[in-house]
Design a protein around this ligand. Structure first.
Ligand SMILES: *[C@@H]1O[C@H](CO)[C@@H](O)[C@H](O)[C@H]1NC(C)=O
Ligand SMILES: *[C@@H]1O[C@H](CO)[C@@H](O)[C@H](O)[C@H]1NC(C)=O
Ligand SMILES: *[C@@H]1O[C@H](CO)[C@@H](O)[C@H](O)[C@H]1NC(C)=O
Length: 473
């Protein structure tokens, strides 16, 4: 028939051939771009491959509700590689539904967030639910796993055994708010076979204690590529601190370090300082509430003065730091040219320390956004010095001077300096806990200063300068 038509009408035949060629072309293009086997390859997966239902309200999921919620995951042809199920409370029925979806797609999953998936469930049920998820995901090669907010404890960690044991490519691992006790920490070390690829490792809250830190030290020691390490509010004392920070000496890639709210003490601080010296990439350093005192803080600051040139965030609140550490603070601040956020709240820097800090920040430091000197026994001089520094920075956002002893006159000057400054008065934080009458005469207000008061009020811009020079260290 084809030949027949070709013979009968050459023009019609030509169009027919063109049609066939077009069809072939389309078919070839389709093969190249939409072959089913290429669909599952990482680079071909659509960019938006995140399945996220974590905005839930911790509601209990029934089987039916789970089927509806996870409908897209249950579709065998889905192309999701990252899933976020947090904030839904799974019972056994609902977990079985999720397990069906997860086990069929586990070979392509790279990022799984199972934070807060058993809220309000009795322990036995919660453990069963976790082990259902665990078996469903066994053998996956995840890069990121979030098990936060599941009050795991040792039993919980072990409920995730089959999942954890099969992970050899993990780059990010989160155990926040999980009650990781010493035993739970040991279980993590025992179960997770390889920490050498980890870039992010987060533990927060609580009761790991020295034993937990010591148990995790081995895990941390082999995590030589870690860039973002958090071990905060974990009740770690000196021994645990030393074990942990020593373990961090095997790598040199830390960018973010958060050890807040533990009991390191000066001795832990000295050990920490030795570790910091090995990490020249640091950008964010959170060391508040570690009980470092002057000795520990000075060691840490000296280390950061050596290697901290990339540091943008430094938090050292609540460490009993006095003006004695001011020279170390000054050299550290000078080294940190890109500092955005400096938090020194709840220390004892007094005016002398605050002036030293403010002066060190005065030149350069164009990126400074936040300065927190709240609760530092500051009087007018320290507060005004801080304000003068803040007033010079174009990107400045927040000056916290609350809970100090700034006199009424001091407050006036402070506000005037800021309102004439680059970003105005709006950067000034609350002063509701300031004690206007509480200035400690012995520490800050000598007689000379009282005399100065009137003349200073007339010329707010000069005071800071004279006082800076008087008090410069
Ligand atoms: C989880 O649910 C709680 C309770 O409804 C809610 O307060 C919280 O904002 C939710 N979290 C997320 C991440 O959606
Ligand atoms: C892990 O889960 C916790 C708890 O919901 C959440 O706060 C945190 O942002 C999650 N981490 C990541 C990297 O998504
Ligand atoms: C932390 O520990 C205290 C008691 O030691 C406990 O009451 C609290 O629930 C724990 N918090 C978490 C998130 O595990």
């Amino acid at each position: 028939m084809l030949l027949n038509r070709f013979h009968v009408s050459p023009a019609g035949g030509m169009w027919f051939v063109v049609g066939i060629l077009l069809w072939l072309f389309v078919a070839v293009v389709y093969r190249i771009y939409f072959r089913p086997e290429t669909m599952t390859r990482m680079e071909d997966v659509p960019v938006e491959s995140l399945f996220d239902v974590s905005g839930g309200t911790r509601a209990f999921l029934t089987k039916e509700k789970a089927e509806e919620l996870l409908k897209q995951l249950l579709d065998a042809d889905n192309a999701y590689t990252r899933i976020r199920l947090g904030n839904w409370s799974f019972g056994i029925d609902a977990a079985d539904v999720a397990a069906r979806a997860l086990s069929s797609m586990k070979s392509r999953l790279v990022d799984v967030d199972l934070a807060d998936i058993v809220a309000g469930r009795p322990e036995a049920e919660a453990l069963k639910v976790m082990s259902i998820f665990s078996s469903a995901l066994e053998g996956s090669q995840l890069r990121s796993l979030n098990l936060s907010d599941n009050a795991l404890g040792e039993k919980g960690v072990r409920a995730f055994s089959s999942l954890l044991k099969s992970q050899k490519s993990l780059e990010k691992l989160y155990f926040m708010n999980n009650g990781i006790s010493e035993e739970a920490a040991q279980a993590i070390c025992e179960l997770v076979p390889f920490s050498g690829n980890l870039r992010v490792l987060h533990f927060h809250n609580n009761m790991s204690g020295d034993g937990g830190a010591q148990a995790l030290a081995d895990f941390v020691r082999t995590a030589t590529k870690v860039e973002d390490f958090q071990f905060s509010s974990t009740r770690v004392g000196v021994d645990g601190a030393i074990a942990l920070v020593e373990a961090l000496r095997t790598g040199k890639s830390l960018k973010r370090l958060d050890l807040r709210d533990n009991m390191y003490g000066p001795e832990g601080g000295l050990a920490l300082a030795e570790t910091l010296k090995l990490h020249p990439e640091l950008q964010e350093v959170y060391l508040s509430d570690l009980g470092l005192e002057d000795e520990g803080a000075t060691a840490v600051l000296k280390a950061l003065a050596e290697v901290g040139s990339h540091v943008e965030v430094l938090e050292l609140g609540g460490n009993e730091i006095t003006e004695k550490a001011a020279p170390a603070l000054v050299s550290c601040i000078r080294a940190m040219k890109s500092l955005r956020r400096l938090v020194l709240s709840e220390n004892e820097l007094k005016d002398k320390g605050a002036v030293a800090v403010s002066q060190a920040l005065l030149e350069g430091h164009e990126s400074l956004e936040v300065l927190d000197l709240s609760e530092n026994m500051l009087g007018r001089i320290g507060a005004v010095a801080a304000a003068q520094t803040a007033a010079k920075k174009k990107s400045f956002k927040s000056l916290n001077l609350n809970s100090n002893y700034i006199s009424e006159g001091g407050l006036e000057v402070l506000k005037e300096v800021l309102s004439k400054g680059a970003t105005g008065l709006k950067v000034l934080g609350s002063l509701d806990e300031n004690d206007e009458d509480g200035e400690d005469e012995e520490e800050t207000g000598d007689e000379e200063e009282e005399e100065d008061d009137d003349e200073e009020r007339e010329c707010p811009c000069c005071i800071g300068k004279t006082r800076f020079e008087d008090l410069a260290l």
